[in-house]
Design a protein around this ligand. Structure first.
Ligand code: HAM
Length: 432
């Protein structure tokens, strides 16, 4: 007999099951509420786009575009796209900028503040905190102004969220990588210095001397660290405007009491950045400890065919943020099953159905067995499901109009008429 194939989630992808999914929902809720309190609004873009969109914005020489994208051909039915390549989105910024241009959002007043949440796809080597389908919650500010106060407010929002969800031992790193005026000169200087040290570098860095010397600064190879530490630093080569922007950003962070570390090697793995870059690391994550990355990308909208626009944003790796919260062991109190309706006798069933609905309308989580169960079995199941209370409804209870409410933790019982019962459980709701 041939063996049935056992299907499993594809390498680098995973199922998020209860109770973890409750923690995910909670985290996403905290993020949405925080972002909305800063006047950001939700944007939902497709999970696949024209491959060129990512190539042009993230950069053809980046690891993301050159090695990690899931790319496929448009179907022949989509005549207008025939022959074009599409990719699952590896990140969200490019799509937000594409939507900004497509919908003429530059005509909206002020700077536009958008946030998004959803799966991203990169064909990376899976390990703890690194998946091929992972989830980001990101925020972007697009519009006419590049005031450093915007950068600082975006960073403040992030710090406020991380504090709210109890992320531990977070460190914020900031840097400025200059603009199209000063960075090319610095990159050239770096290239010259790196060529001199070429023999001491590994193959990846050797290749990057020509393709993207800035990325050498990202190297974690122990043998390259001495060389990198001796390289010229961008902070000494910023133009006057970038230097002033970075200085003002640091003032704005101080004004907000936000602790940070300057890290001149924080260049980020995407090509669209200008000036401000930042990253946040958290505890409990091992080598993949960046829970968030972001920065300024003035000029990206123009590069994609839109009007001159400034931009800044970040994306939180939700998988990593949640992993860090789990590793800390300090989980939030999340509402669980409050009431198990233990009904017995077919005459009790209509009352049980009505009571379950009334409790649910009052915000309680209620389980109602669809089939009659023996009393002992019913209470046993209530216990196994972790219910706080069992509401016992038998034919006698229906006749008398009073119901027995049993607290399962200590078997404490009280008999209550419907109005008192509903009132009591509603008042208990917050603690359940
Ligand atoms: P990124 O640094 O490539 O930036 O990704 C942001 C965050 O996504 C990372 O810090 C990490 O937490 C998470 N992440 C990235 N790759 C993986 C993976 N394979 N598995 C799990 N988590 C991952 C961006 O994507 C930019 N679009 C951020 C941005 C928005 N910059 C400006 N606006």
């Amino acid at each position: 007999m041939s063996q049935q194939k056992q299907f499993r989630a594809i390498k680098g992808t995973r199922d998020i099951l209860p109770p973890d999914s409750s923690l995910w929902n909670w985290f996403e809720r905290q993020a949405r509420e925080t972002f909305e309190s800063y006047s950001f609004r939700d944007i939902r873009t497709p999970i696949f786009e024209d491959t060129d969109l990512f190539a042009r914005s993230v950069g053809t020489d980046t690891d993301i575009v050159s090695k990690e994208m899931y790319t496929f051909s448009a179907s022949s039915e989509a005549a207008s796209h025939d022959g074009e390549q599409m990719s699952l989105r590896p990140e969200g910024t490019a799509s937000v900028c594409r939507a900004y241009i497509e919908h003429g959002m530059h005509t909206l007043p002020g700077n536009l503040k958008l946030y998004y949440s959803g799966p991203m796809f990169r064909r990376e080597r899976p390990q703890k905190g690194r998946y091929r389908q992972f989830y980001q919650m990101g925020a972007e500010v697009l519009g006419p102004s590049d005031a450093p106060g915007i950068d600082a407010e975006v960073i403040e929002m992030l710090v406020v969220l991380f504090r709210r969800v109890g992320l531990e031992k977070i460190t914020l790193y900031v840097n400025s990588i200059g603009c199209k005026e000063c960075r090319p000169k610095y990159v050239e200087l770096l290239r010259v210095e790196l060529r001199n040290a070429k023999d001491q570098l590994g193959p990846d860095s050797q290749r990057r001397i020509e393709t993207n010397p800035l990325r050498v600064l990202d190297s974690k190879l122990p043998e390259e660290q001495v060389i990198i530490e001796r390289l010229p630093r961008i902070s000494d080569h910023l133009c006057e405007a970038c230097r002033a922007h970075f200085a003002k950003l640091k003032d704005e962070l101080a004004l907000r009491d936000i602790a940070y570390e300057e890290n001149w090697r924080l260049v980020r793995g995407l090509d669209y950045y200008t000036r401000t870059t930042f990253e946040v690391t958290a505890a409990g994550l091992g080598s993949q400890n960046a829970v968030c990355g972001g920065g300024r990308y003035d000029g990206l909208v123009e590069l994609l065919g839109g009007p001159p626009t400034k931009g800044i944003g970040f994306a939180i790796g939700a998988d990593r943020a949640i992993l860090s919260i789990q590793e800390s062991g300090k989980l939030p109190h999340l509402p669980g099953l409050a009431v198990f309706v233990a009904w017995m006798g077919l005459k009790a069933y209509p009352t049980a159905v009505a009571m379950a609905r009334k409790l649910r309308e009052r915000g309680l989580i209620v389980e109602l067995p669809a089939e009659e169960m023996k009393f002992k079995k019913s209470l046993g199941l209530a216990d196994k499901l972790g219910a706080k209370y069992a509401l016992i409804i038998g034919e006698d209870e229906v006749a008398s109009g009073t119901y027995t409410l049993k607290r399962l933790s200590d078997a404490n019982q009280q008999k209550l008429a419907e109005p008192e019962l509903l009132e009591y459980l509603e008042s208990e709701r917050r603690g359940l």
